[in-house]
Ligand binder design. Structure first.
Ligand code: ADP
Ligand code: MG
Length: 233
């Protein structure tokens, strides 16, 4: 029977699905059956030591590395897209925060965030407005200083705003707190894991920092090419 109730829950929207990923680099098997699904609103931390394949997993979600198996972002299979379609899909649906260095140091935070929107083809006036609102919501002080002169914490808040400017359904973060001191590390981690509660997206963070991972809804460990779920709560 069809449930016609107007209060029926909306079907969960998958932001990212990895299905049976296998990938080798040289003679090393990096992924040996990786499965993961994140719906809008979810946050997952992937932990693993250096060299375990965390950044490569992010590259798979971005469609930059093509493993065996299925990678779906915002309900579309990246493996069925042309290179050009993948690039377009990436800029429409994915935002990324790296450890450091992806912001242009000479530009102001507003210019850095707006630039990401303009490069994706958004209207100039709307993009500046969105950028300004995002920076405000993420607690970046309004000033016209070059991004390079800001504190590490302010720069990472700017990087989060930049990743959100195109309203992605998937936010990826690769060691987002790796370059910060303890105080900024905690603040940026809290801000980041708050994102899927404030904006309609899913968050995948890869980190080797257990304190950062503890803030995620779920933590998985990349061990011998597979994701092992950590039983916590
Ligand atoms: P992590 O982010 O967990 O430190 P990476 O995903 O960066 O791990 O790398 C996993 C392994 O794959 C490492 O041993 C790394 O040296 C190797 N690797 C990653 N990318 C390449 C590449 N393009 N060519 C050769 N080896 C690579
Ligand atoms: Mg890495």
């Amino acid at each position: 029977m069809v449930n016609a109730s107007p209060h029926a829950p909306a079907p969960e929207r998958a932001a990212l699905e990895f299905g049976a990923l296998r990938h080798r680099i040289g003679d090393r098997i990096l992924f040996d059956g990786v499965d993961l699904r994140l719906n809008i609103g979810d946050s997952v931390a992937v932990m693993g030591p250096s060299g375990s394949g965390k950044s490569t997993l992010i590259s798979c979600a971005l469609g930059l590395v093509k493993p065996e198996g299925v990678v779906r972002v915002a309900n579309s299979d990246l493996g069925r897209m042309s290179r050009r379609e993948r690039t377009r899909h990436r800029s429409r649906h994915i935002g990324v925060v790296f450890q450091f260095g992806e912001l242009l140091p000479e530009l102001t935070p507003l210019e850095n965030v707006a630039l990401a929107g303009l490069l994706a083809g958004a209207d100039r006036k709307k993009t500046y407005k969105t950028a300004s609102e995002l920076l405000g919501s993420l607690g970046v002080p309004r000033h016209n200083r070059a991004t390079g002169t800001l504190s590490g914490g302010e720069r990472q808040r700017t990087a989060v705003a930049r990743a959100l400017v195109n309203r992605p359904s998937l936010l990826l973060a690769d060691e987002p707190t790796g370059a910060l001191d303890d105080t900024n590390r905690a603040a940026v981690a809290e801000l980041l894991f708050d994102v899927p509660r404030r904006w309609p997206c899913a968050l995948l963070v890869v980190t080797h920092d257990a304190q950062v991972a503890a803030l995620a809804d779920d933590t998985v460990h990349l061990v011998d090419g597979r994701l092992i779920r950590q039983e916590t709560r």
